[in-house]
Design a protein around this ligand. Structure first.
Ligand code: TMP
Length: 214
């Protein structure tokens, strides 16, 4: 059995990664591949509890180190229970956020030691690494404007950060992509949804060894 492909989506708030992750799932299924979508933090009972604490319990103080450990705890369970078995069964897995979020939000933005973060990530995920990561890049003003139009959903611990916080998130992702351009692909997310989808499909066709359609 060939291992399934593992693709992750990353980016700041309202960067459009969730929409693109869903579009990729539809594209993979249309190509007769079994494909599974997961979302971090979440997608397991532990992940949902961690989500409540880290994002919504704003009365619970959390250092960046404590945040990283909580996200990594949930990630270890998600890898063990869901991602690794699916990949082993040949299913493609698409994750809306994975460990690059920790490297950026807790490391680059909040100064948690990057070596420590890499060590806990190794411990949590082992060999389960994405084959490709799409970083949706959107100017902060555009992203915050989009987010402001989403009604009925309260701002979480990170979304409520100031503009500087979001600027650093964006910078952090671009810095990670410069370090590892073979795995992290920056996609301009400040465009029409179909244009973004087209770029991602081209990159996927290249990864799958399928000739691009003209
Ligand atoms: P989202 O569901 O809108 O993507 O929100 C998840 C939030 O959690 C987002 O603000 C980023 C943050 N986060 C981290 O800070 N570190 C992590 O490791 C993960 C997975 C998410």
């Amino acid at each position: 059995m060939t291992r399934g492909l593992f693709i992750t989506f990353e980016g700041g708030e309202a960067s459009g990664k969730s929409v693109q992750a869903q579009a990729l799932i539809a594209w993979l299924r249309a190509r007769d591949r079994t494909a599974l979508l997961v979302h971090e933090p979440g997608s397991t009972p532990l992940g949902e509890r961690v989500r409540d604490i880290v994002l919504h319990a704003k009365d619970v103080p959390l250092t960046p180190q404590a945040q990283a450990l909580l996200f990594s705890t949930a990630r270890a369970q998600l890898v063990h229970d869901v991602i690794a078995p699916a990949l082993a069964a040949g299913t493609a897995v698409v994750a809306d956020r994975f460990y690059h979020s920790t490297l950026v939000y807790q490391g680059y933005v909040q100064d948690a030691d990057p070596r420590g973060l890499r060590a806990i990530t190794d411990f949590a995920v082992g060999e389960t690494r994405p084959d490709r990561t799409f970083v949706l890049d959107v100017p902060v003003a555009t992203a915050l404007e989009r987010r402001a139009h989403e009604t009925g959903r309260p701002w979480d611990r990170f979304e409520a950060g100031k503009v500087d916080f979001h600027e650093k998130v964006r910078e952090g992702y671009l810095a990670l992509a410069r370090e590892d351009p073979g795995h992290l692909i920056v996609v301009n997310g400040d465009r029409d949804q179909l244009a973004i989808e087209a770029d991602i499909r081209r990159s996927m066709e290249e990864l799958l060894g399928v000739p691009s359609r003209p």
